[in-house]
Each structure stands twice: as C-alpha cells, then as structure tokens.
Design a protein around this ligand. Structure first.
Ligand code: SIN
Length: 280
C-alpha cells in the first residue's frame, strides 16, 4: 500500500484493495486519516455491501435522515444529480453533520456515475485554517462556541425544499425543523490527532453563542474567506474506482456543479463520531 500526500489537503492511497485490508494496513490508514483528514483511494472495485463493510471498519454507520436512501442498502445515502436538475447536493463549502449534538466522524463517498467532465469535489483543511491565524485571533476563538443548525439547509423553508431537487432527493424536512441547534466549540481538540481545528462552516454554522447573527457574520465571513485560499484547496477529480474518505472534523468540502445536462451519482456512508471538546 502506498500513501502519497496530496499537494494541499489529504493523501492518495494506491496499491491496495480496500476489500481485503490487513490489520497492519488498517492501522496505517487510521494514522494517515488522523494526519491528513482526507484519503483518496484509486482503482477500487466496490459493490454496495463492500462499501458498508469498509465503513463499519471505522465505526457505526449514521443512516442519513435527509437524503434519499439506496433502495436495497438504507445505510447508503444517494448524492445524485439528474441531467435535468439545476441545483446539486453539497454545492457549497460545508462539513457534514455539524448540526448534530454528536457530529459524524467522516463520510465515505463512492463514485457510481460520473459526468464526462467536471463534478470535482474541493476540500479545505481546518487544521490549516486555524494554524494560519494570528495569535490574537486564535486566543479569541479559543474562548468562543458556535451554534449550528440543519433548519435552513434541510427544513421546510430551506432552498433545497424550494427547488426541483426536493421531491426526488430530500426527505423529512419536519425532522430538520425539530432538531435542536447544537453548540460546539469554535476550536475543537481533534479527537484523533489532538491538534486544534477550526470547527465552524458556511453550510451549517449560524452564529457565535451569545452573539447575534449580524454580529457574528463579519468574523465568520473572515474565517471562511481565509480558510479557502486558492492554493490551499485540494481539487479531487473523480474517476471510475475512486473513493474519498474525509474527516468531518478536520476538513470542509464543496461539490462542484459544472456539468449541466449530465448525470452524477455518488453513494455516501457517514460514520458516527464523538462529542467534541474545546481545545484548551
Ligand atoms: C457531499 O457534500 O457530501 C457530497 C460531495 C460530492 O458529491 O462531491
């Protein structure tokens, strides 16, 4: 097995079949995941049950509440875009499940149908997003918590529910509206690496705890802009046999929507995480 760091975020894993991982390879992958936050596997041949087995090596599966599920394998969420669909799923910077009290560890995305060109996924490192800030701003952020929510993304009034993807792709907006908005530290001690990681994201963070949305917006926007400087973004191109496994605590991702008139079908499994602690 070969693990090669990518230029901006993550590492590419080759010369391995994820269906037959040895304990030693498993341990190497877990260490690489903690270090890089994103593993891209190439040339894999994975049916749905293999995908489930791979995810279960890492933890319990969190069956998605808001995406349509695979008809035969409900643990697999469908991240689909049909040729006549305008909006895609995940088409903005976000990290999955920060709207949960106990956010997910990560997600394993498998390409099933790809457009001829386009449909890349971009990734940004939240280790780097924190590390590059000034000491003064780091000190302030270490004292703050932030409120996250699923309502504006998956609830009845969300953009998804107003567009043509709602009927086919999304479900249970009432559940999103009923979910209590969790509060997480703005700087988390990463559960695997122990390093400080910036844990706010444009998709689901709505404000700092004790601040209004208006007061929060300028600082949040500054953090968002500084986190996605162009040469620090990893552009992952999908090919048949590609799998991306990202850490939701250490990265953000953004599914590009640049293939009008073509289909893209991805299978995603999300793995349960643990309650997040503030970095001291
Ligand atoms: C997601 O946001 O989970 C999907 C990413 C992708 O489709 O590339």
């Amino acid at each position: 097995m070969k693990i090669t760091p990518l230029s901006a975020v993550g590492a590419e894993v080759t010369e391995v079949d994820v269906k037959g991982l040895t304990d030693a390879q498993d341990a190497q992958l877990k260490a690489a995941f903690a270090q890089h936050g994103l593993l891209i596997f190439r040339d894999q041949d994975l049916v749905e049950t293999d995908h489930v087995d791979l995810a279960e090596r890492w933890g319990q599966i969190n069956t998605n509440r808001f995406f349509k599920a695979h008809a035969d394998h409900p643990q697999i969420a469908l991240v689909d875009k049909a040729p006549d669909q305008i909006q895609n799923i995940g088409g903005d910077w976000h990290t999955d499940h920060s709207y949960d009290q106990v956010p997910a560890l990560g997600s394993i995305l498998v390409a099933r149908t790809l457009p001829e060109t386009g449909g890349d996924t971009w990734f940004a490192s939240m280790y780097r997003a924190f590390d590059q800030l000034s000491d003064g701003l780091k000190t302030l952020l270490l004292t703050l918590n932030a409120v996250h929510s699923a309502k504006h993304v998956f609830g009845n009034k969300s953009e998804y529910m107003q567009t043509n993807i709602s009927q086919k792709r999304m479900s249970r907006p009432d559940l999103a509206d009923a979910l209590p908005d969790p509060i997480h530290p703005v700087v988390v001690r990463h559960p695997l690496s122990g390093r400080p990681v910036l844990y706010v994201n444009p998709g689901f963070t709505i404000r700092f705890e004790g601040w209004t949305q208006e007061e929060s917006a300028p600082l949040l926007n500054y953090l968002y802009q500084s986190a996605v400087v162009e040469d620090q973004v990893e552009v992952v191109d999908w090919r048949t046999g590609t799998i991306a496994f990202w850490d939701n605590r250490a990265t953000w991702h953004f599914a590009q929507n640049d293939y009008p008139g073509q289909a893209r079908r991805m299978h995603r499994i999300t793995i349960e995480g643990e309650a997040l602690q503030a970095h001291q």
